[in-house]
Design a protein around this ligand. Structure first.
Ligand code: SF4
Length: 467
């Protein structure tokens, strides 16, 4: 009887739109957010607790980027599967306890594919087991054999994951890639971008393992004008997200090569819009501070990019209000019966979302060229993101003051503090019981952490960038 009751209770929780731990975590996050980001379209604290990333796991990389956000010591640390899995386990357990289930987490460090495929798989499994949705961040310079070994259980040859998410980092400031040691331009990397996508398409065709691929690119004065072309050339390759990071002065100072503040983030965003071939609507959804993040959701219907929400249309703003009121942080990736029950319960708590969604559907179809256009040209969702990390010389003092509970009077440091307080990309520190913004991790904590790791995991051979 007790076990039946426990099972019923489990089912009741599983079919709630939001897991109660997530409800509590979102409420805490909303409470902590600074007033300037508590807007109607803010998703932090209402739909998501924010993105997460690992740290101190496998800092070494075999390519050389300019800039590189890792400290100089990173390449003196051995990539070690046992250490990685242990650390990932600890960090993910902390994130699950602090932020509830269903959050996106990046398996990130130096280069993830320097891990043995089984260790990489064990790290992803630990993330999934702690309720994270993992994405591996890689330079993409690995072979199909590695991908297959990651995806398949070596004992049975059957898939050990139904789905894999990867972010491939490709830009012309990365040196040492096989076959293109020093790219002369962004288009020169297109065959490598295509090859990356083709490996995942092959994995799906041969083993049924689906994928989500993001394209990451650092933007500097050397390649900013090539951003539109990169998008035009690559948007049909299979990437579902294009994320651009205007370079910041963080990490290894010997890898700073350009005057990164020559252009504004507005200028980068304009280039992204040129490439997308449409005006983007990043104010439809806000994720943290807009000085850090802009995210535009939408879909191509043929060549036409259709925003998910029109940021100028009050009716679309109401759709978002209704969606959040009905579903909050609901995880839509669930088995069909559980998902159906969650949707029904969500709509029951806010029935207006039904009419609201119907109106939105009509407007979306009209923007796409009419219902016929949607049928003829099945929409392909693509998300455009710009994430602007901050310079270490601002982050260090801002973070140190914040930890003492002080706000700076100096405008640039105060702005940095505001952004850190609204951070949407956190790293877990179970020992000090803290969630640390990635900017503070890279600017303040990485150097000490990598010195410690260098002693704990010394290299067995000299580090070399691949050439
Ligand atoms: S504070 Fe840094 S890590 Fe956090 S969202 Fe802003 S730019 Fe990203």
């Amino acid at each position: 009887m007790a076990s039946v009751l426990a099972r019923l209770r489990e089912l009741e929780v599983a079919t709630r739109p939001e897991h109660p731990d997530l409800t509590a975590a979102l409420a805490r996050r909303w409470e902590e957010l600074p007033a300037h980001v508590k807007t109607r379209s803010q998703m932090l604290g209402r739909r998501t607790a924010g993105c997460e990333g690992t740290h101190g796991v496998f800092p070494r990389c075999n390519l050389a980027c300019t800039p590189c956000y890792h400290s100089r010591e990173a390449n003196r640390v051995r990539t070690d599967g046992e250490h990685t899995v242990h650390e990932v386990e600890r960090q993910m357990a902390y994130l699950r306890a602090e932020r509830g289930p269903g959050q996106n987490a990046q398996l990130i460090g130096g280069e993830v594919t320097l891990l043995e495929a089984d260790d990489h798989a064990a790290a992803l499994r630990a993330m999934i087991d702690h309720g994270r949705k993992p994405m591996s961040l890689s330079h993409g310079d690995f072979d199909y054999d590695y991908l297959q070994a990651l995806a398949l259980d070596p004992a049975t040859g059957e898939p050990r994951f139904a789905h894999l998410s990867f972010a491939g980092h490709f830009d012309s400031m990365m040196y040492g890639r096989r076959g293109i040691k020093a790219p002369e331009s962004e288009p020169a990397l297109n065959p490598h971008r295509a090859r990356f996508c083709e490996m995942f398409a092959r994995l799906e065709a041969e083993h049924g393992v689906t994928h989500y691929l993001a394209h990451n690119m650092t933007v500097t004065p050397a390649n900013v004008d090539q951003v539109p072309q990169v998008i035009r050339d690559c948007r049909d390759m299979g990437f579902r997200m294009f994320s651009f990071q205007p370079a910041a002065f963080i990490g290894n100072t010997s890898r700073w090569k350009h005057e990164y503040r020559e252009f504004s983030t507005d200028e980068v965003w304009r280039r992204i819009e040129q490439g997308a071939g449409a005006r983007l609507h990043p104010d439809g959804f806000q994720i943290g501070d807009p000085r850090c993040n802009r995210t535009a959701y939408g879909a191509y219907c043929g060549d036409r990019y259709v925003p998910l929400l029109d940021e100028d249309d009050e009716r679309d703003a109401r759709v978002l209000d209704d969606f959040v009121a009905a579903f909050g942080g609901m995880d839509f990736a669930a088995p069909p019966a559980i998902l159906a029950a969650r949707v029904v319960r969500g709509l029951a708590r806010h029935p207006r979302a039904i009419a609201s969604a119907a109106g939105w559907g009509r407007r979306f179809a009209a923007r796409a060229g009419g219902p016929g256009a949607l049928v003829r040209r099945r929409p392909r969702a693509i998300t455009y993101v710009m994430h602007a990390f901050m310079d270490a010389d601002k982050v260090k003092p801002a973070w140190e003051l914040l930890r003492r509970g002080e706000l700076s009077e100096e405008p640039a440091i105060r702005e940095t503090q505001e952004r850190l307080q609204a951070c949407s990309y956190a790293m877990a520190h179970p020992d000090s019981d803290e969630l640390v913004p990635a900017c503070a991790q890279h600017s303040v904590l990485d150097p000490e952490e990598n010195v410690r790791l260098q002693e704990q995991l010394p290299l067995r051979e000299l580090p070399m960038a691949r050439g």
